[in-house]
Ligand binder design. Sequence first.
Ligand code: CDP
Ligand code: CDP
Length: 220
Amino acid sequence: MGMSWIITIDGPTASGKGTVAHWVADKLGFHVLDSGALYRLTALAALEEGVAADDVPSLTDLAANLQVQFADYRVWLNGVEVSDAIRAEQVGNLASAIAVHAPLRAALVARQRAFAQPPGLVADGRDMGTVIFPEADLKVFLTASVEERARRRYNQLINKGISANVDALLLDLQQRDERDRTRAVAPLVPAPGAVLLDTSAMSAEDAAEFILAQFAQLDA
Ligand code: CDP
Ligand code: CDP
């Protein structure tokens, strides 16, 4: 508690974390950390440099030395804008595959914590409340049924003009969820004290309003 607030939003893929985090941060004038982007950037760098998904020393080196810039909803890797490139399902799947490696995760910790700046931060990912910011003022675990999440991801892709198959996406999401939940290091689990929010039948705006209401109680 105090000068610099921290709100963490963890949850499975396409539960709405990024959308809701930006909404909440905009309302409060807080910074945002899209931690998944760091894993996606490491995955993209690995693809570009031909580093294998099990070459832990090289992957850790890539993660430690990422040259990244974030601004608004955009991101640059080594000076090249990769905002769309890191959203590809192939990159998301590789991100999830390499995120099991403890040394790689450790290489990203300080970079993530550096985002905690006044007046506050909204951080989204898998282990924001459990590992990176265990002292957070408010922890949220966002969920939705896997069918609803597959529909959301499908609509996102179609809206960007990328063709997609909803059944393939469903399988993909199930595999990624399973890997994120069962890995030994920083698995996807609600942090102690986290508020659980199932948004299967809730708009992103209502989810953001719910979180803002929870935060207003702390700030009172
Ligand atoms: O957008 P989506 O929820 O699909 O994924 P993301 O948040 O961009 O994260 C991509 C992958 O990075 C996830 O499947 C996780 O395996 C990994 N990740 C992680 O291990 N820890 C985090 N704090 C964030 C992401
Ligand atoms: O970051 P994460 O992968 O958890 O999800 P996202 O990319 O923020 O959201 C996935 C899509 O679901 C976006 O197009 C949202 O507009 C939509 N959506 C949502 O985020 N929350 C709801 N309650 C309903 C829809």
